[in-house]
Design a protein around this ligand. Structure first.
Ligand code: NAP
Ligand code: GDP
Length: 322
């Protein structure tokens, strides 16, 4: 018999719930299995969030008390270079519809997702949360970067005008199971994983795009999922928080490509195609704020996380997004 005490007192709506980050949050939330929480994971099939009417209907249907807002047009360097206008227009519409409907439907807390690739291009390092708006982003992804920066502006405005607790997190480059392994529009790690798979299958060389020298901090989607749930439960500031491994864990593209080669035990030839863009050289972020608030958090070692992701891709090759 369901009494009032057994009913969930929180309904958490996760937009973008079928993507890389959404699927990881789903897995971790199911392990946590808090009985007072009902999680609802939605994709564009449930509502096209660029439509204000469909977004409003989604909020009316699920009546969320909390929202994790992940839905976005997302892509790696090479799709950002081509579609800056689409990244700007689509993401601005999605974010405005989600945040305004969260306000209209009295949502208690929204956690949205920014990215370290929205930081200023010309800056000092490490970059921290106070520096997001201090100068133009890298030219390769200005559409995506400015649209994401506006979430922070909107969060502050909803707080100052209406007292809303809308906040955001700033992850670095994410990878893991359920990523987009498409070579045209995906990020670097799924691209490398897909390319080594093909090189092994076809007995052809493996080509890394660019010089291999740019530096990145990578975060495993399952670590990010644990941190997202912690932010939902514990972090009550409107200002964003960077979710990143330490500065000492930054690696070059060539180093991460070598780790993918090792994970596959690939023995073929490896080339660098330096005719391809390198994008931003680095975006080194400080995780000092995260460490001060959650000192015990342990990140999965990158080699282990890559091995798990390669295994997932090989096991799910037929159905993976590619
Ligand atoms: P993803 O795998 O591409 O998933 C995107 C999700 O958004 C999917 O569930 C997709 O649904 C949904 N979506 C896209 N357009 C939509 C629309 N018009 N209406 C409703 N839903 C829509 O992306 P991800 O990598 O998980 O990224 C999640 C969040 O993390 C994004 O906000 C992204 O900017 C941020 N982020 C990602 C990275 C990274 O390296 N991947 C790094 C930093 C921050 P369908 O499948 O139905 O299209
Ligand atoms: P970013 O971190 O936002 O710049 O985006 P990406 O995840 O797309 O990483 C881009 C960096 O990885 C650039 O330096 C690219 O030259 C390099 N790279 C090497 N191989 C690949 C690949 O197969 N796909 C992608 N997206 N980038 C690659």
């Amino acid at each position: 018999m369901a009494d009032s005490q057994s009913k969930p007192c929180r309904t958490i709506l996760v937009t973008g719930g079928t993507g890389l980050v959404g699927m990881a949050i789903k897995e971790i939330a199911e392990i946590g299995n808090q009985t007072n929480e009902k999680w609802v994971f939605v994709s564009s099939k449930d509502a096209d969030l660029t439509s204000e009417a469909e977004t409003c209907a989604l909020f009316e249907k699920h009546k969320p008390t909390h929202v994790i807002h992940l839905a976005a047009m997302v892509g790696g360097l090479f799709s950002n270079l081509k579609y800056n206008l689409d990244f700007w227009r689509i993401n601005i519409k999605i974010n405005d519809n989600v945040l305004h409907n969260a306000y209209k439907h009295n949502v208690r807390k929204v956690v949205s997702c920014l990215s370290t690739c929205i930081f200023p291009d010309k800056t000092t390092y490490p970059i921290d949360e106070s520096m997001i708006h201090n100068g133009p982003p890298h030219d390769s992804n200005f559409g995506y970067a400015y649209a994401k920066r506006m979430i922070d502006v909107q969060n502050k405005a909803y707080h100052s005008q209406h007292g809303c607790m809308f906040t955001s997190v700033i992850p670095t480059n994410v990878f893991g199971p359920h990523d987009n392994f498409n070579l045209e529009n995906g990020h670097v790690i799924p691209g490398l994983i897909h390319k080594v798979y093909r090189a092994k299958e076809d007995d052809t060389p493996f080509t890394i795009w660019g010089t291999g020298s740019p530096l990145r901090q990578f975060i495993y989607s399952k670590d990010l999922a644990r941190l997202f749930i912690w932010v939902l439960h514990e972090y009550d500031e409107v200002n964003p928080i960077i979710l990143s491994v330490g500065e000492e864990d930054e690696v070059s593209i060539k180093e991460v490509a070598d780790m993918v080669v090792d994970a596959y035990e690939f023995k073929g030839n490896v080339f660098l195609d330096t005719s391809k863009s390198d994008g931003q050289f680095k975006k080194t972020a400080s995780n000092a704020k995260l460490k001060s608030l959650f000192p015990d958090f342990k990140f999965t070692p990158i080699k282990q996380a890559l091995k798990e992701t390669v295994t997932w891709f090989v096991d799910n090759y037929e159905t993976a997004r590619k």
